[in-house]
Design a protein around this ligand. Structure first.
Ligand code: NAP
Length: 303
């Protein structure tokens, strides 16, 4: 089976390459997937049997607030073009990737199940990104109904790993690990984190998410479901776990609550995941943070 992975140079793509080396991994340098012409060319050139569509405009809260139009249009275009051209090219397998940002900002009962997708609007801080991603679910469900495709989407919680983005547009975990590293090097006594520390988050090691994608392909699993861990912790609890994991418990956590928190909670149910892949077990967060920090700090020491 010829598998093409869009977004192959990103966090998830780099991880998938380790366990599925025979697939074709694309970056935006190969094809701009917001262009109808280039998407058509990609399908013509590569003639895939299966597409794992990871490509997207992905970023932190501040960037999402600053550029909502870019987050909406890039993601909506890429998703729409990819699914439609996959169908026209008779692609049998398509796995699209959503995000737990697609879910309503607030619901009466948690965790969020797959059936709750449309009970309310996404959170204001990620509204455009969340809606564009939500539309991918609408599109795939519609195609499965009208065209009898067996396309699928997976909805992962927040991911982290050694190939994460660092710097201005980084996510919470890479920013946290880098702040801990810098504080240790500079013998600082505290680190500054954005927001109140109160929101709840599920964080999964990206390698675990990549395993789920591979298992779906290998075991012919076509169901769409959430992919998350059962550890739903506050940002402050996660930061304290990271301090322990990085031998940095002496550091004080200071919060800048003038910065936005984002959605208060968006913990998702993993019942469907457990049913679809009963053998799957995600790595414990403290162990994952420790292993990630060890690799990153060796890299940073050497640079
Ligand atoms: P990432 O590291 O930001 O990588 C994004 C990928 O998309 C890169 O390979 C990038 O190529 C490609 N891309 C961006 N714009 C493109 C364009 N116009 N044409 C072609 N390719 C383009 O993202 P990620 O963290 O691996 O995320 C993968 C998927 O998982 C995304 O759909 C994201 O929404 C979803 N997700 C991620 C998280 C998370 O915590 N990271 C959580 C939930 C869901 P270049 O390298 O050339 O720029």
């Amino acid at each position: 089976m010829k598998i093409v992975v869009t977004g192959g140079s990103g966090l998830v793509g780099e991880s998938l390459q380790q366990i599925m080396p025979d697939a074709i991994y694309l970056s935006s340098k190969d094809y701009d997937l917001t262009s109808q012409e280039q998407v058509q060319t990609m399908f013509c050139d590569l003639k895939p049997d299966a597409v794992v569509h990871l490509a997207g405009r992905v970023g932190g809260i501040v960037d999402n607030i600053k550029y909502p139009a870019k987050y909406y249009t890039d993601n909506a275009l890429m998703n729409t073009l990819l699914v439609e051209n996959a169908r026209m090219s008779n692609v049998k397998r398509f796995i699209g990737i959503l995000s737990t940002c697609v879910y309503p900002d607030v619901v009466a009962n948690y965790p969020l199940t797959e059936e709750m997708l449309h009970v309310g609007p996404p959170t204001p801080t990620n509204f455009a990104y969340g809606y564009a991603k939500r539309c991918l679910a609408v599109q795939i469900d519609a195609y499965n109904k009208e065209y009898n495709t067996q396309y699928q989407y997976l909805t992962p919680c927040n991911l982290y790993g050694v190939n994460d983005k660092f710097g201005e547009n980084s996510h919470f975990v890479p920013a946290l690990l880098r702040k801990i590293y810098d504080a240790k090097i500079n013998r600082a006594s505290e680190i500054l984190l954005f927001g109140s520390g109160k929101p709840l988050r599920q964080f999964m090691l990206v390698d675990d998410f990549a395993k789920v994608i591979k298992l779906c392909l290998e075991q012919n699993i076509y169901e769409s479901f959430n992919v998350a861990t059962d550890q739903n912790l506050s940002i402050d609890e996660i930061a304290r776990l990271a301090l322990k994991a990085c031998d940095a418990e002496h550091l004080k956590l200071v919060y800048d609550d003038s910065m936005p928190d984002g959605q208060f909670r968006k913990d998702v149910s993993i019942e469907k995941l457990k049913k679809s892949i009963p053998t799957f077990k995600a790595k414990d967060l403290k162990i994952g943070l420790k292993e990630t920090y060890e690799i990153l700090s060796r890299k940073w020491d050497a640079s």
